[in-house]
Design a protein around this ligand. Structure first.
Ligand SMILES: Cc1cc2nc3c(=O)[nH]c(=O)nc-3n(C[C@H](O)[C@H](O)[C@H](O)COP(=O)(O)OP(=O)(O)OC[C@H]3O[C@@H](n4cnc5c(N)ncnc54)[C@H](O)[C@@H]3O)c2cc1C
Length: 484
């Protein structure tokens, strides 16, 4: 019978960060790490750039209590990152490529980009962090197509990036040096006896342990579905992301990026070495119709179009070196979930969505400290207990969901070419917002009269040419709401 102290299910950045810390604070414990494919496509961690975007990831809609706690968590993770990297380098003997300084640009997304930049600047100012408004033309090696010129820049000197391949390799070496065992398999189930986790099942074999840590990214859901925990923990969805690495002789030394948009982290480039540049990234929930596992021509086209037009036209002659896809683990309310479950000895650590590389050092420390029963140097805002409370407090605000969802949908409709003419992006947003509200709002529909009016108009003038009238009418209605 195989028996360990701790089994870590999943070898992405979260699993490795937990294993790294646990093997440090409990050097003689028997740890087993289980993951079917250490470096294969599909893992979110290998598809990430990665930007360490504590601030650049902030958007104007992130205002509720848990949003603010997550921002604070990211800020603390960013401050902790250099210390963590030093330890990894020491234990692995491996160098890890990093950059410092992020340039944010406001361009094709118009007013929305600028609003996000201002919110980012306010959060930096509130925490006495450095920033500088800059002319986009002063950004080193920033040469977009003139049709996609940026109109505002913000420089964040203390926000940087890391080469994720280096990081994952170094973590692997450090963990192996600590005597952690690895099993190249898929875990099908957790063994639970009398409300306590006692091991896992792999290929029909039971492997026992005192603690089991589920950090298998989106793979966790399948395992949770075999337990009675699936209703107590927010469900996970896969946010598929595609990215690529090119080699180029344009010497980039910083991240250059737009704010988040189009449901993703915007257009961004991350230097990976003196010659390699990472271009990211798409984001679609994987059960979106038409979405395939793997990498499609459309996804690559969209990434390259954005990088070539919005960052540097010289990318058109860069060689493509690598293509990646991975599934970001997203919970149904988009916040992480970290810590022991109601099944004693069973932990989960996931839901890191777009910021898992940045958050991994703190999540690693929190979970490892919990396992050994020590206090951690950081509070855990994502514990199951707190998450339960916050889940109950988050109202299903359909109106807010429609406003944010349609805004990002219109931005997505404009990708990859960018702008719609005149004020059409706002008109389109208003038109779809009203249509969606008419369909989805369960309460008394505030557009009931408008709906009746629209039906009458169509009955009276049953020609296709009448549809633009509805388009402009709905925009007018939203304009009036904004004036009020
Ligand atoms: C394109 C893209 C760009 C991103 N950019 C950034 C960025 O710039 N900055 C940032 O901080 N974050 C970024 N992220 C997010 C970040 O990558 C994720 O939040 C993080 O990597 C999640 O790590 P994980 O270990 O939970 O999951 P994963 O990395 O997906 O690892 C899960 C592992 O579990 C294994 N597994 C699955 N099922 C089982 C099972 N049943 N048994 C055993 N093992 C199993 C898988 O093989 C996999 O290796 C990005 C993500 C993507 C996809």
């Amino acid at each position: 019978m195989r028996k360990y102290d701790t089994i870590i299910v999943g070898g992405g950045v979260i699993g490795k960060a937990i294993t790294f810390k646990l093997s440090e604070i409990r050097p003689h414990s028997k740890i087993l790490s289980v993951d079917p494919h250490y470096k294969a496509n599909g893992s979110a961690s290998y598809a990430a750039g990665a930007m360490l975007g504590a601030y650049a990831e902030i958007t104007i809609d992130k205002t509720n209590k848990l949003d603010l706690e997550e921002i604070n968590f990211r800020v603390q993770a960013q401050k902790y990152f250099p210390t963590w990297l030093e330890k990894i380098k020491e234990r692995s003997g491996r160098d890890i490529y990093t950059t410092m300084g992020t340039f944010l640009i406001a361009n094709v997304n118009g007013k929305q980009d600028l609003l996000n930049l201002k919110r980012i600047k306010n959060e930096l100012a509130t925490r006495n962090e450095q920033y500088e408004w800059i002319e986009p033309s002063d950004i080193p090696n920033f040469q977009p197509n003139p049709d996609y010129l940026a109109y505002q820049g913000l420089y964040v000197p203390n926000e940087g990036s890391i080469n994720t391949s280096d990081l994952m390799d170094a973590l692997d070496i450090a963990i192996m040096n600590s005597g952690v065992e690895h099993l190249n398999k898929i875990v099908s189930r957790v063994l639970i006896e009398h409300d306590k986790a006692v091991g896992i099942v792999v290929d029909g074999e039971n492997i026992y342990a005192d603690q089991v840590i589920l950090c298998a990214g989106v793979g966790i859901q399948k395992i949770l579905d075999t337990t009675n925990l699936s209703t107590k923990i927010p469900r996970l969805m896969p946010g598929k992301g595609v990215s690529l690495v090119v080699s180029s002789d344009i010497p980039f030394s910083n991240v250059i990026r737009t704010p988040n948009r189009d449901f993703a982290c915007g257009t961004h480039i991350v230097p990976r070495s003196d010659s390699d540049i990472y271009i990211g990234a798409t984001n679609r929930i994987s059960n979106t119709p038409g979405l395939k596992d793997g990498i499609t021509s459309g996804e690559v086209h969209s990434l390259l179009h954005s990088a070539i037009h919005e960052i540097h036209t010289g990318f058109r002659t860069a060689n493509i070196e690598k293509l990646y896809f991975g599934s970001r683990p997203i919970t149904t309310d988009r916040y992480p979930v970290v810590g022991e479950t109601s099944v004693s000895g069973l932990y989960v650590a996931t839901g890191t969505y777009r910021n898992g590389i940045l958050m991994s050092p703190l999540i690693g420390d929190i979970v490892a400290s919990e396992i050994v029963g020590e206090n951690c140097h950081i509070d855990n805002p994502f514990s199951i207990e707190k998450r339960g409370l916050s889940l109950n407090n988050i109202k299903n605000n359909t109106e807010e969901l429609i406003t944010n969802g349609i805004r990002d949908l219109v931005s997505f409709i404009q990708e990859p070419t960018g702008a719609l003419p005149y004020n059409r992006s706002q008109e389109l947003t208003d038109f779809i917002t009203i249509l969606t509200t008419m369909v989805l709002n369960k309460e008394q529909n505030k557009y009931e009269e408008l709906l009746i009016e629209s039906r009458e108009l169509i009955e009276r003038y049953p020609v296709a040419e009448i549809v633009p009238q509805l388009f402009y009418k709905y925009h007018q209605v939203k304009e009036q709401e904004r004036i009020k």
